[in-house]
Design a protein around this ligand. Structure first.
Ligand SMILES: [Zn+2]
Length: 182
């Protein structure tokens, strides 16, 4: 299994950050893939959402994303699901240690303690070269309970102003990483 982790520096008035992804308004996640069978990069950016599953031909179950590699013609698939939906300012709130241990995501090997594993990807043939997060709609929940819309700039930052508290709200240094787990 692959896991998509996200991490960011949140201003003190932010409680949590999450992708604005619901059954009613499913979000399209954009990736650049590489075929693990022949090593070639997929030509285009590819999108999928977590709410639609497609039947894999030949009775091999379901996948979120199915695409044949143009180079080696392998039928590659990805089954993706939400894992830890939110990045909290307080790490213990987004990462359940027992759950992480079960899926082989203990922070000892890799620096993931400050990251939330937002997606689990059972990828058969597609490795992820790049996750394009700047078009993705996020929500920010403040400590006051107020929720704001957020979209990141190319440098992984977002700046806004909360009229109610007359305070700046900002996120810097948004980062993602892909790690292997169970
Ligand atoms: Zn290939």
């Amino acid at each position: 299994m692959l896991y998509l982790f996200m991490c960011a520096e949140l201003s003190d008035n932010i409680k949590k950050l999450y992708v604005d992804d619901t059954d009613v308004n499913p979000v399209e996640y954009s990736f650049k893939f590489k075929c693990t069978k022949c090593g070639e990069d997929a030509e285009k950016i590819n999108n999928f959402n977590l709410h639609e599953k497609h039947e894999i031909q030949g009775g091999k179950g379901e996948a979120t994303f199915i695409m044949k590699c143009k180079f080696c013609e392998s039928d590659n698939t990805v089954l993706a699901n939400t894992f830890e939906p939110c990045l909290f300012a307080q790490q213990e709130e987004h990462s359940d240690n027992d759950k992480r241990k079960k899926y082989g995501l203990n922070g000892n090997k890799i620096d993931i303690n400050n990251y939330a594993a937002i997606m689990q990807l059972d990828s058969r043939g597609w490795a992820i070269n790049d996750f394009l997060y700047t078009a993705l709609p996020f929500k920010v929940e403040l400590n006051s309970g107020k929720i704001m819309d957020c979209q990141f700039e190319d440098d992984g930052s977002w700046y806004d102003y909360d009229d109610e508290s007359s305070e700046e709200v900002y996120i810097t240094d948004f980062k993602y990483k892909i790690e292997k787990g169970k």
